[in-house]
Design a protein around this ligand. Structure first.
Ligand SMILES: *Cc1c(COP(=O)(O)O)cnc(C)c1O
Length: 372
């Protein structure tokens, strides 16, 4: 008997929650005819700089282009190896490939973040950079990653698409290395109404290159001074993000509250491996882009939840990067990651959920494992 419907994500609710403000803003932008590289984008970039405490921030086309541009600005390309976890969205590895470099895939740990031991053993004479992926709203152990990078003279490009607002030892995801990138895809922590991305850096030279790369190599006078591409965040999307930014900190707190509810409700079930609870490790401030559990009898659990009206998904199409035949990387053997993909499940986690929704999901999961 279905008592409740809990969708995995409610796209329409994003608009409904702030309908008047958003409508007014969109109309305002269109009345002004302000579409490309206009004031709303400049305002958004300033907000992003101030939020993260970084020197440079650029709104770009999407999170994938943010990564490509960041790699290019760091001078990475043909012949260079970049170490990246296989448990990530294909875009992390694809950006390395599209920048002309070679992705080298490594394992994740029980918290689903890049494994520093795996990074160490993947280093070769061609390794030039590490791309930690700050997944599910958590930041990897950046003490270890930065130590390895310093020891071996490697650049760090952070894929923080899923981690705007996440911190490690008080420092924001995306601000540790040469550059960090974000996605504003609608279902991301800070989502616009289409594609959008951002790239940030504290390095002035890097900032200059990023500014050129995202706008056809044009400097502030409009003179073409380098090869560049077209990767600009639409001014309209930036205006929408400026509205969304007003509630962003409260939205992140809400996600932490929902994660705490899941943790309280599920932590005694031995068949489950849960994400670290909010505050479980004081070095990490997690913001729960996703709530990714590992579950015994995962497929049966997923089916049971569907019958309860609860929609879940297996992240990234149910495959690690090295498991997609078409990418030519199937020779990798990454047992921890492969185990994860047999067991991983995303429970609903977003700001449209009520406490009751989460309690209902918890009850359904408990029922499945005979712990009603
Ligand atoms: C969403 C995402 C990206 C890509 O962002 P887009 O804006 O969709 O291009 C890259 N890496 C990770 C880990 C992501 O989750």
């Amino acid at each position: 008997m279905v008592k409740r419907q809990v969708p995995f994500f409610n796209y329409r609710a994003l608009f409904e929650a702030q309908e008047q403000e958003l409508t007014a803003k969109v109309v305002d932008v269109m009345r002004r005819g302000a579409y490309i590289l206009q004031q709303d984008l400049a305002d958004f970039e300033r907000q992003l700089r101030e939020f993260l405490g970084v020197k440079h921030a650029f709104g770009v086309a999407d999170g994938t282009n943010a990564l490509i541009i960041a790699l290019q600005a760091a001078g990475l390309g043909r012949g260079d190896e970049v170490i990246v976890p296989s448990h990530t969205y294909v875009a992390s590895a694809a950006s390395i490939h599209l920048a002309g470099a070679t992705p080298v895939l490594v394992e994740c740990r029980d918290d689903h973040m890049i494994d520093p031991a795996g990074v160490r053993s993947a280093i070769t004479g061609r390794t030039r950079a590490i791309m930690p992926v700050q997944l599910n709203g958590r930041t990897a152990d950046m003490d270890e990653i930065m130590a390895i990078a310093h020891e071996h003279g490697l650049r760090v490009i952070e894929d923080a698409a899923q981690a705007l607002g996440s911190r490690f030892r008080g420092r924001f995801a995306g601000t540790f290395g040469a550059a960090g990138t974000f996605s504003f895809y609608p279902a991301k922590l800070l989502g616009c109404f289409g594609d959008g991305g951002g790239v940030v850096t504290n390095d002035d030279a890097m900032g200059e290159r990023l500014a050129l790369l995202r706008d056809h190599g044009r400097d502030s006078r409009g003179e073409v001074v380098a090869w560049g591409t077209n990767s600009r965040l639409d001014n309209l999307q930036a205006a929408i993000l400026n509205v969304k930014f007003r509630t962003f900190t409260a939205d992140l707190d809400r996600r932490r509250r929902l994660a705490a509810l899941y943790d309280e409700g599920l932590r005694d079930i031995p068949e489950l491996l849960l994400p670290p609870a909010p505050g479980a490790d004081p070095r990490h401030h997690d913001v729960y882009q996703n709530y990714e559990i590992e579950a015994e009898r995962r497929d049966e659990l997923k089916k049971h939840l569907e019958e309860c009206g609860v929609r879940t998904i297996v992240q990234f199409g149910g495959k690690a990067v090295h498991q997609f035949e078409g990418l030519g990387l199937t020779h990798y053997r990454l047992p921890r990651t492969e185990l994860l993909y047999r067991r991983a499940l995303l429970l609903p986690m977003n700001t449209s959920l009520s406490d009751e929704d989460v309690r209902y999901v918890v009850g359904c999961v408990r029922g499945f494992y005979g712990r009603g």
